[in-house]
Design a protein around this ligand. Structure first.
Ligand SMILES: *Cc1c(COP(=O)(O)O)cnc(C)c1O
Length: 370
């Protein structure tokens, strides 16, 4: 009998009947978008939940990131990581900015802060790191470098919803941080995203930019875009917030179960959260080393043959994609750690209602390679 497929992730949804009253309200009011009541409520509720100064909601994370770069008037070159999802780097290209790739650290898979300074040129205007898998970047050091060279620091925090370091949200770090509420992320509004910023003046500018640059009916202050979140998304976001702590707790139980099962497998390394970090269980990446009897791709094929959809996030590296590989900093010789991790990485399924028996079955496949 063919087994049911197991996907890497399965979007979390609240019980449908809990969402119906929200929909009735939207149908009755005919407020569908443009900063309606649910948009206002969700923005405030999210601000409080995340413990951040300002939230600007967006239709998706990519538009949020593109707008973040516009809001800070970033131009020229931006230092970034090759080990990420394509949207990070595409947002630079769409703004006419040249990405400059810097290698990553082996322990966190994040931009290696000690290599950043050497990549700064007179054209550099910003650093764009990613909190990969929700692992915090070395933000103190990155901020110090940004300050000494007069660079902006913008975080792609698409993976970092709800992650804190010493009880402070990761999203407070840098000049701006971008979130994604895509279906596959820890917190979803089907599609959605946000920019987190520090002051009301910058929020105002971002809010203009996401609405074509309109400041009022007759005043357009900038060449803005349509990045607005709809009332449907905002209402769903409000409801999802009521369930998110439970959903993250369920993810963390799975995280612990994998860790216990895989702790003593020779050649398999799990990434470890640093002291003081409260993770969100968004991903469960493992690294397949040379002591393991199978290659990463052989293990991947073994899962696939059992209809278990593990993913090689992030392979290929962004720097190997056709639109980037001509850039000097994209050369594999410049990115040895990222190049080697992209060959070793495998993300195992994790989502709130993943059955623990399935977690055990997946662990067993890793534990018995022969
Ligand atoms: C998901 C993701 C994005 C894009 O977010 P969308 O909401 O899908 O547009 C950007 N960067 C990273 C690292 C992501 O994982």
């Amino acid at each position: 009998m063919p087994e049911q497929p197991i996907f890497l992730t399965r979007p979390y949804l609240p019980p449908l009947e809990e969402f119906l009253p929200y929909l009735e309200e939207i149908w009755a009011s005919r407020r569908l978008t443009n900063g309606g009541p649910f948009h206002q409520q969700f923005e405030e509720a999210l601000r409080q939940y995340l413990g951040v100064p300002q939230v600007c909601l967006f239709a998706n994370g990519t538009l949020a990131l593109m707008t973040a770069l516009q809001a800070l008037r970033i131009t020229g070159e931006v230092i970034t990581t090759p080990y990420t999802f394509a949207a990070t780097t595409h947002a630079l290209l769409w703004n006419g900015i040249k990405p400059v790739f810097v290698d990553i650290r082996r322990d966190t898979c994040n931009l290696d802060e000690e290599l950043v300074e050497a990549a700064i040129t007179p054209r550099t205007t910003a650093i764009l790191p990613v909190h990969c898998y929700g692992n915090p970047c070395a933000s103190l050091r990155l901020q110090q470098i940004a300050d000494s060279y007069g660079l902006k620091l913008i975080y792609d925090a698409a993976h970092a919803f709800g992650v804190s370091v010493d009880r402070h949200s990761l999203l407070e770090q840098g000049d701006l941080a971008m979130l994604s509420f895509h279906a596959t992320k820890v917190f979803n509004t089907f599609e959605g995203g946000a920019i987190i910023c520090h002051d009301a003046k910058l929020k105002q500018r971002i809010d203009y930019l996401k609405n074509f640059g309109f400041a009022d009916e007759v005043t357009v202050v900038a060449p803005g875009i349509n990045g607005k979140m709809s009332e449907f998304q905002a209402a769903l976001g409000l409801l999802q917030l009521k369930h998110i702590d439970q959903a993250i707790a369920a993810r963390m139980r799975i995280d612990r179960r994998y860790r216990d099962a895989l702790a003593s497998v020779a050649g398999v390394r799990c990434l470890v959260a640093a002291d003081g970090v409260k993770p969100n269980g968004g991903y469960f990446p493992i690294l397949i080393g040379s002591e393991y009897p199978l290659s990463r791709d052989q293990l991947y094929d073994r899962f696939r043959s059992r209809n278990i959809h593990v993913r090689r996030y992030f392979h290929p590296l962004i720097s190997d994609l056709p639109m980037y590989r001509g850039i000097a900093s994209a050369a594999p010789a410049n990115l040895p750690v990222a190049t080697s991790i992209a060959k070793q990485i495998l993300c195992l399924p994790i989502y709130p209602d993943l059955d623990h028996k399935v977690v055990d079955r997946i662990s067993e496949i890793v534990c018995s390679p022969y």
